[in-house]
Design a protein around this ligand. Sequence first.
Ligand code: SF4
Ligand code: SF4
Length: 284
Amino acid sequence: MSTTITSECINCGACEPECPNTAIYAGGVEWELNGTISPAIAQDIFYIVPAKCTECVGFHDHEACAAVCPVDCCVPDPANPETEAVLLARARELHPELSLADDAPSRFRKVGGEAAPAAAVAPAQANGAAAPVAAKPAAPAPAPKPAAAPTASPVGASTDGLGSEFDPVGWEVPVVCKDCSETFSIPYRHFQAGVVFYCPSCSGSYVPKSTMAREVRETFERFYAQRRAARDSIERRHQREREAFAAKQAAEMEAFNKRVAELGREMKPAGKLVRPKGIAAMFT
Ligand code: SF4
Ligand code: SF4
């Protein structure tokens, strides 16, 4: 069965360059096959031309569009079931310049990669277009490329205890490029579903899915909340210690002043009382 795009599409455009068969078009854009131009299948969202989709058979062991879709809306179309042989034949027809072997990459030969039952999701539109479906099929779920999973941890954060590590705006998410496996970083504040990033090594696209963005956000916020709570706790303790120290100092100063005043009253200078006389007395 070919892949279809549901109405959940947010028009991010991430899937279009991933298709090895140029089967994906933006809404309202006419599609082409063997020089023949045909009207757009969908007007408002991206769509897949069933006649050009091979479920990536011949090129990948997964559906490349589904792997990058941030909202998981590239799903198998139960109204259009096709066998691996049909899809491989289509791939060969679309790419006569290639020699696609019988054991070319295919999701059908991946463990658990058999086709989903046709009744798993709502039916597509009667005209065979890439129709929105109400629910995702039970199987097979398009498997994201393992190499693309990000590891959510701040890098470049200060370790001075109370510095910029408490400002997650400056944190970065290290990710692994799905195309060249090189690691690069994405600013945490920009790591959102549907935003397209490009690998600085190979220019391959990297589009976080909603599940990835949510997991990174939860991991960062959980870590940030712990750090902030620890910092607030130690700052409260320091504040209490400063207040106790100031109170102790004030009490000691008061006792000191009191003692000095007592000393002034207690001290008896030596000698008898002598009053000034003569001219000196005039100035006293
Ligand atoms: S499943 Fe593969 S061939 Fe089909 S539209 Fe998606 S990327 Fe293109
Ligand atoms: S990647 Fe998904 S959301 Fe983005 S345009 Fe393609 S189908 Fe739509």
